[in-house]
Ligand binder design. Structure first.
Ligand code: GUN
Length: 283
């Protein structure tokens, strides 16, 4: 079997075209969706991510602003900025780019952002709402993964989904979203024994281990759907995933590439969340 590739870049383009129209329609009724991104320090990777978010906003007509703060900014100053943004009716979405310098508590920052503007979906209120199946901001990478599965009508209900990774921003929320879609979900992680035993029974395998090519065809059930969340830079500067693409593509039914896979979807779902914030959450 040769896997069908789920092209995250093409799907993102399609979704952004639809969002462009939605944003234009909102503007006719006086709603101008706006995202404010806070960037602390001058970490090159963070700057590049933030620029990518701004560019995506520009492409869809969403207003965006970047607030740049020096890496020496105090926690209380940063929190004061967030309070100002919470109270600004023109700001619909707030995103503080992570990681933050060590002297600032990321958890405190996340909890200070108003849940109504939490387009990252990291606030405990957003996570609690997701766990109970309420309307909420889904964190962008898990939301992108579910959207990729839906785009190919890949059945989730009753299927065995295995998630490798248990981070707060990917592994745990993606496992919860798959449960919400009626999958039977197993979460594996660095302390899991006999990993093959779980992955070889996975109809859907989500890989977020952070190690280049860690998962090869021996881990895969014939005909599985494999979602590669990894972004690893090789010595030659190229990007690659956590999945050994060449071997797995001969065994899986669906596979996401790196680059052009989950990565572009993450930014696209941020735009979706910003539009949702502009329209307001349902109770
Ligand atoms: N740093 C890397 N990924 C993310 C993300 O999705 N959101 C935020 N706020 N920071 C990040």
């Amino acid at each position: 079997m040769t896997a069908e590739i789920i092209d995250g870049k093409a799907l993102s383009f399609e979704l952004k075209e639809k969002m462009k129209q939605e944003v234009a329609d909102l503007k006719t009724v006086g709603i101008h969706p706006q995202l404010t991104v806070v960037l602390v320090g001058d970490h090159p990777a963070s700057r590049s991510y933030v620029n990518g978010k701004k560019k995506a906003c520009d492409e869809t007509g969403i207003g965006s602003r970047i607030i740049e703060l020096p890496k020496t900014v105090s926690e209380s100053e940063l929190l004061a900025h967030i309070h100002t943004l919470n109270n600004d009716p023109q700001v619909h979405g707030i995103l503080v780019q992570l990681p933050l310098p060590d002297h600032i508590s990321e958890q405190m920052v996340i909890e200070t952002i108003s849940p109504e503007k939490d387009v990252d979906g990291f606030h405990p209120v957003s996570i609690g709402r997701m766990m109970t199946g309420m309307d909420t901001f889904l964190s962008c990478t898990p939301y992108g993964i579910i959207t990729m599965l839906r785009s190919k009508n890949i059945p989730i209900e009753g299927k065995h989904a295995v998630v490798i990774g248990r981070s707060n921003i990917v592994g745990k929320p993606v496992a919860q979203l798959l449960i919400n879609e009626d999958a039977t979900v197993t979460t594996c992680h660095s302390k899991t024994k006999h990993l093959h035993q779980y992955t070889q029974t996975a109809d859907i395998l989500v890989v977020a281990v952070g190690k280049a090519h860690a998962i090869d065809a021996s881990y895969i059930k014939e005909g599985a759907t494999v979602i590669d969340v990894g972004i690893n830079r090789l010595e030659d500067g190229s990007l690659t995933g956590d999945v050994d693409f060449q071997s797995v593509k001969e065994k899986a039914a669906y596979l996401t590439p790196v680059p052009r896979g989950v990565g572009p979807m993450t930014i696209t779902m941020l735009l979706k969340n910003t539009i949702k914030a502009a329209k307001g959450l349902e109770n």
